[in-house]
Design a protein around this ligand. Structure first.
Ligand code: GLU
Length: 484
């Protein structure tokens, strides 16, 4: 691989299911790599052993594949820089900890949480920004040895802090937010290795981005303040610095960070509800990123038209109605077999084998989720069909004679909807709603839905006959039903 190959990465921590925020980061990273014929890398940030769970690594893998966000380097895909689970890279980090320590660029810190907390409070009280006061920065080797010995007895292990260079201006050109400038004096010496020996996430991420030849790091803007620290670390270790881009946050209608309260759900939950992957990718790609093209796009087109300079700096507003719009678009385009599978086992159990294709074609414009497909399957194939109050009203308004004519027409024309309607129209003089509503009401229980001619083509004549009888009984039980 040449060094000018674009390489992006997604570095989720397996502490839960993917949510819209981090999946959008993955999507933008995948699209940018694909647009540039580069590599999209997946790396699992599982260094925090308490929070990481292997079931979530599997879930990330599944959900990314389901969305079509496949990676060319990472777990399962292999690559020159394996392993891609950070929990398996301790030896790599250890080398860099040692290098920094040997050069005096990092030092052991013995301060307890209580001491640090107290120091922070004192700084805040005196109007200073809270940062590490440097208590352990000046310990000599005897003092360090003594404290290590004491720590070994009491079981307390020191952290390792990076010695932030004084009066350094850290500048970088953020791919989304433009030129950024930080003063190193505003950043206290920070922990790069926790007491338990595991690396701070921004340390391992910076090291791995450099070693894995990542060229572009796209991530949430909540990581912006980690960037100067990572740049200082990489500079100290003479490792290459990637181009960083910090994506705006997703917020709800009230401007607060997106949460369950705003209807936001994990990718897993969206998937279980029945959202199609194309709906989610089409929506997310536009969440904080502007496309001139308002139409539905597959991942290749989303990638071709992706433009880093179209990533907005303002927070992106999550709106379920937009997601539903893309769901409708995705449903219109999905192929028959995909939709049939998507409808699920309950639908499969009801629809006769020879009607699979027709059923999908008839209902696809009237459904959003599999549960709706199930309602139509019940409507078509399960008796008795329940009539809504509006449907009953239409039946009552039509009167007994209407259904007598309908039954006569049925005997003559079977489930040829057009012929049925023409016959009833001729015999009763009914037209418009007075003609169409009672028929639809009696045969489907509702006043709206998919095209009647197509629905009726899926009904047997026997079922139609029984429904034309039953509707009258169900809605006007005291009156006489039409003669058989
Ligand atoms: N696990 C971090 C996150 O998902 C990754 C941070 C980074 O991208 O550097 O926010």
């Amino acid at each position: 691989m040449t060094t000018d190959t674009t390489k992006t990465r997604f570095a989720p921590s397996p502490s839960g299911f993917l949510h819209l925020g981090n999946t959008r980061t993955a999507l933008f990273s995948a699209l940018f790599a694909r647009k540039n014929h580069g590599v999209f890398l997946l790396r699992i940030e599982d260094t925090d052993q308490e929070r990481s769970q292997s079931q979530y690594i599997q879930a990330i893998d599944d959900d990314m594949h389901w969305l079509g966000l496949t990676w060319q380097e990472g777990p399962g895909a292999g690559g020159l820089h394996a392993p891609y689970l950070q929990s398996q890279r301790s030896a790599v980090y250890c080398n860099y900890f040692n290098a920094l320590e040997q050069q005096g660029l990092a030092y052991l810190c013995f301060c307890s949480e209580r001491e640090l907390d107290l120091s922070r409070k004192t700084q805040i009280a005196s109007g200073q920004p809270p940062r590490y006061a440097g208590t352990c920065a000046r310990l000599n080797s005897e003092e360090v040895a003594l404290r290590l010995q004491k720590g070994a007895q009491s079981g307390v292990r020191p952290t390792l802090r990076f010695r932030v260079p004084a009066q350094r201006v850290v500048e970088f050109d953020d791919a989304v937010r433009g030129p950024q400038r930080f003063n190193s004096d505003d950043v206290g010496d920070f922990v790069i290795r926790r007491g338990d020996g595991t690396p701070a996430f921004f340390f391992s991420n910076a090291i791995d981005d450099a070693l894995m030849e990542v060229t572009h790091v796209l991530r949430g803007e909540d990581h912006l303040t980690n960037t100067p620290r990572q740049i200082m670390l990489l500079d100290a270790l003479r490792l290459p610095v990637p181009r960083y881009g910090h994506i705006s946050m997703i917020v709800g209608a009230d401007g607060a960070p997106l949460s369950k309260r705003h209807g936001s759900r994990s990718i897993r939950e969206l998937r279980q509800t029945g959202y199609l992957p194309d709906a989610i990718t089409n929506y997310m790609a536009r969440l904080g990123h502007y496309y001139q093209n308002n139409g539905f796009m597959d991942l290749d087109v989303l990638a071709a038209e992706f433009d880093m300079s179209n990533l907005g700096r303002a927070p992106a507003h999550y709106d379920t109605t937009h997601l539903l719009h893309w769901q409708r678009e995705a449903l219109m385009r999905a192929d028959t077999n995909t939709l049939w599978q998507w409808m699920g086992a309950d639908v499969h159990a009801l629809v006769p084998i020879e009607q699979h294709t027709a059923f999908v074609a008839v209902v696809r414009t009237n459904i959003m989720f599999p549960e709706h497909a199930l309602l139509w399957a019940r409507t078509l194939y399960v008796d008795p069909v329940a009539l809504s109050p509006d449907a009953c009203k239409a039946v009552e308004d039509a009167g007994n004679a209407f259904f007598e004519h309908a039954l006569a027409a049925l005997d003559q024309y079977g489930n040829d909807y057009k012929a049925l309607v023409n016959h009833i129209k001729q015999e009763t003089g009914a037209k418009g709603k007075a003609l169409f509503h009672p028929l639809r009401a009696a045969l489907t229980g509702e006043l709206d839905g998919p095209e009647m001619a197509q629905l009726v083509a899926l009904l047997t004549v026997e079922r139609m006959r029984s429904r034309l009888h039953m509707c009258w009984q169900a809605c006007a039980p005291m009156e006489q039903s039409p003669a058989t």
